[in-house]
Design a protein around this ligand. Structure first.
Ligand SMILES: *Cc1c(COP(=O)(O)O)cnc(C)c1O
Length: 399
């Protein structure tokens, strides 16, 4: 089928909850993608940071194949031989005591909310059904009804109410906002250490640490959603490390499944995880042997291929290269590691993405304002240089 007939077919049969660029992908390998006509593109999206190890990594495919032939899904009605090893590694890596495996990021966020509320009632003595969780404005934590209940983006919410109560929003990065928002009913703060879907936004230096300290003093859980920022994306294993944050819980997803399977987890300290008792929470697919094996191999590869150091050093090249363009259409270039947002002014970021696509670079705008550059962490220097060059050329088209 031709590109245009495939797009027409999708438009006919798919609900229109996305507005993709007009490219139909057929193949991927490493940092490269190919469309149905065989044209090659550099992947600067990495599926919203899920594909950190690149497309079709041979070691991930080998593990997938090997484990698939042994055992895939058993449910948690029984133990399996891979899950405990995977969770041990995850806890060691994050410094957490216990983990609860799920599949998608938003399920792990929901798990964190449940854990925080139970902690609030059982450990803090908050009156039943009164618990409050503090979140940040412009957050993105996923798409379930409860999670969009505390979104500040009208597009995510319009027509989907009634919403789940129990959430209080503070401005992201505002220093004294948290102290005013905490009440005796507050059980937790759940935030992204850096906001991805808001357009790669970093809080002012010291803000996260101040929030964490404040939570500690008031016996409020400090939980980081590292679904997008975690596992090396920002040049550290976890973005909280940039400020030496001691979180009570951490939410992981996206890259944890190697861009092949949905694998997520909520990890926390013992006191927080103690709230979960048999029957209180679960998932048919969460923690299955195939997903656990994939997650284990992802952690091994991120270490062996030195992806975190690579993200830090090449990320610096990418950030500084884009900053040095100093083009009038660029309002700001910001980011950490291989995770850079370019905020444009006076031009549609969507149109710029379409031109970049013609030049062989795939990425997507955020709110038509910001262009994200988030390649697989295995990218090499020459591809970074090429991207900066192509981006500069593309901006020239809009002068
Ligand atoms: C993508 C994302 C989620 C949701 O993950 P899904 O797998 O799409 O459910 C949650 N939190 C953050 C920070 C994300 O970037």
């Amino acid at each position: 089928m031709t590109t245009s007939s495939l797009i027409a077919l999708e438009n006919r049969y798919s609900a229109h909850n996305y507005d993709p660029l007009p490219v139909v992908l057929a193949k991927g390998k490493g940092v490269w993608l190919w469309d149905t006509d065989g044209k090659r593109y550099l992947d600067m999206m990495s599926a919203y940071s899920a594909v950190s190890l690149g497309h079709s990594h041979p070691r991930l495919l080998a593990v997938l194949n090997e484990q698939a032939q042994r055992l895939c899904v058993t449910s948690r009605a029984f133990h399996n031989e891979v899950l405990p090893v995977f969770l041990e590694q995850l806890c060691t890596l994050t410094g957490m005591d216990k983990a609860l495996p799920m599949n998608t990021g938003v399920e792990a966020v929901e798990t964190a909310i449940k854990a925080a509320r139970r902690f609030g009632y059982e450990k803090k003595g908050i009156p039943l059904d009164k618990a409050e969780i503090i979140v940040a404005s412009n957050n993105f934590h996923g798409r379930t009804v409860t999670v969009i209940s505390f979104s500040s983006e009208p597009d995510y919410k319009q027509g989907f109410g009634p919403f789940t109560p129990g959430f209080v929003t503070i401005p992201f990065g505002k220093t004294d906002a948290l102290s005013k928002a905490i009440t005796p009913y507050t059980c937790a703060v759940i935030i992204e250490p850096m906001q991805g879907e808001a357009g790669i936004c970093l809080p002012p230096a010291g803000w996260l640490k101040a929030c964490q300290r404040y939570c500690e003093r008031h016996n409020v859980l400090f939980i980081l959603d590292e679904v997008q920022t975690g596992l090396g994306r920002t040049g550290k294993w976890f973005a909280g490390e940039h400020e030496n944050i001691k979180a009570d819980g951490i939410i992981l997803g996206k890259a944890l499944g190697g861009g092949i399977l949905p694998v997520s987890a909520f990890l926390g300290k013992s006191a927080l995880m103690a709230g979960f008792t048999p029957g209180s929470h679960g998932s048919t697919f969460g923690g299955n042997p195939l997903a656990s094996r994939m997650g284990l191999e992802v952690l091994t590869l991120l270490k062996e291929e030195d992806c975190i150091a690579q993200s830090a050093s090449l990320g610096k090249v990418l950030l500084e290269g884009l900053q040095s363009l100093k083009h009038p259409l660029i309002k700001e270039v910001r980011g950490k590691g291989l995770w850079v947002g370019v905020e444009l002014v006076g031009v549609s970021a969507r149109l710029v993405c379409e031109k970049l696509m013609e030049k062989g670079i795939l990425t997507k705008d955020v709110y038509d304002r910001v262009i994200r550059f988030a390649p697989p962490l295995i990218i090499e220097r020459d591809c970074i240089d090429w991207t900066i060059e192509q981006f500069a050329q593309t901006l020239k088209l809009f002068e």
